[in-house]
Design a protein. Structure first.
Length: 271
C-alpha cells in the first residue's frame, strides 16, 4: 500500500555512449553508465506516469502527496547532456558532486556546475573525496567530507548547499546523523523506500538505483509507485550478505573501485 506521503526517487549516474569520457573509470561504475537511448526510454516511461519530476526543495514533505524526483550522482561530464535532456521536457534534476574531483578529466568543471545551477537544477554534495564504504568512516571524517564539499559548492554557486547523497550507497544511522550534524537539509540514500524520514533537521529520502540493464518498464512501474516493496527486499538481502561477510565485501569494494587517477586542472583555472 502506498503511504500518504510517497516520494519515488531515482538515482542515476552517467548517461553516455562513451563510458570512458565521463565519471569514475572503475569496474564498479560501469553498471551505472546508461546509454543515451536507454535513458531516453526511461524518461519516456517516467513521463507516462502520474507525476512529473520535481525538485525536493519545492516539495512540502510534511503533507500527503505523491512526488517523483530524479537524481544524478558523482558529477561526471555527462551531467551536461543530462541537464539538457531534462530541460527539453521542462524538468529539473538533482546533481550531486564529488567536489574534490571538480575539473578532473572526466568530471564537471566549475563553469559547467554553475550552468546546471543557473538552469534551475539542484546542485548538492556527494562528499569531497567519495570515501569507499562511507559508513565505516570515523564520525569526524564523515563530518569533514560533508562540510568541505558543502562549503566548496556554496562558494562556487553563491548559495548555501543543503542537499547531498551518500557516496557508494553505504549508509547507516551514523551516516544519517552525520548529515544532520553537518547542517544538511536533505540526504538521499540508496535504500528504495517511498516515505521520507527526518533525523534532526535533515530529511532522509530513499532512491531506486537503476542499472544499465534495468528495463524501462520497471522504471515506469516504480514511477507509478508500484514495485517498491520488492525492490526494498532485494536491497535488504544484499545488505544482509554484506553484513554477514564484511571482509569479503571490503575485498569486493577494493577490486571494483580501482582506477587510475584522472588528470587534474590547476585550481586557479576552475574558478
Amino acid at each position: 500500500m502506498t503511504p500518504p506521503l510517497a516520494v519515488a526517487s531515482f538515482g542515476y549516474h552517467e548517461v553516455t555512449d562513451e563510458p570512458a569520457s565521463a565519471g569514475f573509470q572503475r569496474p564498479g561504475a560501469l553498471p551505472y553508465k546508461h546509454s543515451r537511448d536507454a535513458f531516453a526510454r526511461d524518461l519516456a516511461a517516467i513521463a507516462a506516469g502520474p507525476c512529473p519530476p520535481e525538485r525536493v526543495t519545492d516539495v512540502d514533505l510534511t503533507r500527503p502527496g505523491r512526488h517523483v524526483l530524479l537524481t544524478f550522482d558523482d558529477g561526471g561530464k555527462s551531467a551536461v547532456a543530462i541537464g539538457n535532456a531534462l530541460a527539453a521536457r521542462g524538468w529539473k534534476g538533482h546533481f550531486f558532486i564529488v567536489t574534490g574531483l571538480i575539473g578532473s578529466r572526466t568530471f564537471l568543471t566549475a563553469a559547467e556546475i554553475r550552468d546546471l545551477h543557473a538552469g534551475g537544477h539542484v546542485v548538492g554534495s556527494h562528499s569531497d573525496t567519495h570515501p569507499d564504504i562511507f559508513r565505516e568512516q570515523p564520525w569526524d571524517r564523515m563530518i569533514e567530507e560533508w562540510r568541505v564539499s558543502r562549503d566548496k559548492l556554496a562558494q562556487l554557486l553563491g548559495v548555501p548547499c543543503r542537499t547531498a547523497s551518500v557516496p557508494g550507497g553505504d549508509s547507516s544511522p551514523l551516516v544519517l546523523r552525520s548529515a544532520a550534524a553537518a547542517g544538511l537539509g536533505y540526504l538521499f540514500t540508496s535504500e528504495p523506500v517511498l516515505r521520507p524520514e527526518s533525523v534532526g533537521d535533515c530529511w532522509m529520502l530513499g532512491r531506486f538505483m537503476p542499472k544499465a540493464w534495468t528495463p524501462a518498464v520497471r522504471i515506469g512501474d516504480l514511477a507509478a509507485f508500484r514495485g517498491w516493496r520488492s525492490a526494498l527486499l532485494v536491497r535488504q538481502l544484499k545488505g544482509l550478505a554484506r553484513s554477514a561477510f564484511p571482509r569479503l565485501y571490503r575485498r569486493y569494494v577494493r577490486h571494483t573501485t580501482r582506477e587510475s587517477s584522472p588528470a587534474r586542472i590547476p585550481e586557479e583555472e576552475l574558478l
